[in-house]
Design a protein around this ligand. Structure first.
Ligand code: CMP
Length: 137
């Protein structure tokens, strides 16, 4: 069993896509082990995306991620990190395979509806950023 962090980003929440995204996870046999809605401060968004702090899009990305509420989830299942990445599609929606969340709904490389951890180490760090062990069921 593997765990990963999923975020429905401000664009996904404000456009009413929470149910659509969760339905795709559950239909794929992924279990939701934890979930909450929160509104990150700019500082919290900068902390979460610290690995991208030297990128030209860092300021805009952290402005966007702290602009409105997000839904964060811990997903659990076999190979859930790669399964979630398949369901999301490529970061740039223009490169995402048809039928993926980003191909279907993203409007912009930044406003790409969802985030998912890219490896077991980042999943562990990202899950800890939002959840204590007691909140994961
Ligand atoms: P995410 O999977 O959350 O990881 C970093 C985010 O930065 C990415 O999704 C996009 O929302 C955003 N981003 C903006 N511009 C770029 C870019 N040129 N390359 C990669 N990610 C970008």
């Amino acid at each position: 069993m593997e765990r990963t962090l999923s975020i429905i980003k401000p664009d996904g929440v404000s456009r009413g896509l929470i149910g659509e995204v969760i339905k795709r996870f559950e239909t794929a046999g992924i279990r939701i082990a934890a979930m909450k809605m929160l509104h990150m401060s700019k500082k919290e968004a900068e902390g979460f995306y610290a690995v991208h702090s030297d990128k030209p899009f860092f300021n805009s990305l952290t402005d966007f991620m702290s602009s409105d509420p997000i839904v964060v989830m811990v997903l659990e299942g076999e190979n859930v990190i790669s399964k979630n990445r398949e369901l999301m599609g490529a970061t740039n929606y223009k490169d995402a395979d048809p039928g993926t969340i980003r191909a279907d709904f993203a409007t912009d490389i930044e406003k790409n509806v969802v985030h998912g951890s890219d490896a077991p180490e980042t999943a562990a760090t990202e899950i800890k950023y939002f959840f204590s062990e007691l909140e994961i069921h």
